[in-house]
Design a protein around this ligand. Structure first.
Ligand code: URA
Length: 226
């Protein structure tokens, strides 16, 4: 890959700025100095300001999403989960994106990647990746809710296909966990709302086999690519 393409692909600078970066000696490889932005190198071998290129094989991180942040690149929507990440990641091409979304008030496991195939694989209902939600509601859970959610017959308002079977585990009169293998718009809130309960707390504690494992709200950690 040309150095100018590499620097811009990984979010360091634009292709036009790359000439100055190379000329200033900021871009090196072990035992080698580059002389031109058109020099070729592979991302895994290049150092920028003495540091290896970040996530040369693609980026996958786990963010503990705090409340009051939206999963959107639109600055008009208020504080965003992307504000919690290093700005360079937003300059990458392809840009980083969330694997599925959590509502503004929801918290917990949020995966971020620059790999469109991974987004597709982990959000498509066909692949049935299980997501576990902790839910608190404002009214006592009706009897028979677990059987209804597990039935594969629950219809959400305005939709034509029933929800896939989901596993509800009741923890208390107004508390439960719900495991889903699909991710429709506001799905958890709509499933409970249809049964007369408003969700007052929603926390995703697991996505596939990925859990927070002590990660604090607002913090992220890199995951091994899968
Ligand atoms: N279901 C919802 O209703 N909201 C979320 O953020 C995730 C799942």
């Amino acid at each position: 890959m040309r150095l100018d393409a590499l620097l811009s692909r990984y979010g360091y600078c634009s292709r036009s700025e790359a000439r100055a970066w190379v000329k200033d000696g900021r871009v090196t490889a072990t035992g080698r100095a580059f002389s031109s932005p058109s020099d070729k190198a592979s991302p895994g071998t290049v150092l920028v300001d003495g540091e290896p290129v970040e996530f040369p094989d693609g980026l996958l991180v786990l963010l503990h999403k705090p409340a009051d942040h939206v999963c959107s690149h639109d600055p008009g929507e208020g504080p965003s989960v992307y504000d919690l990440l290093p700005p360079r990641w937003l300059m990458r091409n392809p840009v980083v994106t969330t694997i599925g979304r959590l509502d503004k008030d929801a918290t917990g496991v949020l995966l971020i990647t620059d790999d469109g195939d991974l987004v597709h694989r982990w959000t498509s209902p066909k692949h049935k990746v299980a997501k576990l939600y902790e839910v608190t509601v404002d009214a006592d859970l009706p009897a028979g809710l677990a059987a209804l959610f597990a039935s594969g017959a629950l219809m959400l308002e305005g939709e034509e296909k029933p929800c896939l079977p989901a596993q509800l585990t009741v923890i208390g009169p107004r508390e439960a966990t719900l495991e889903l293998t699909e991710g429709r718009y506001h799905q958890v809130k709509r499933m409970f709302a249809g049964q007369g309960c408003t969700v007052t707390r929603l926390h995703r504690s697991r996505f596939g086999d990925i859990m927070l494992d002590g990660l604090a709200p607002g913090e992220w950690r890199a995951l091994h690519r899968r």
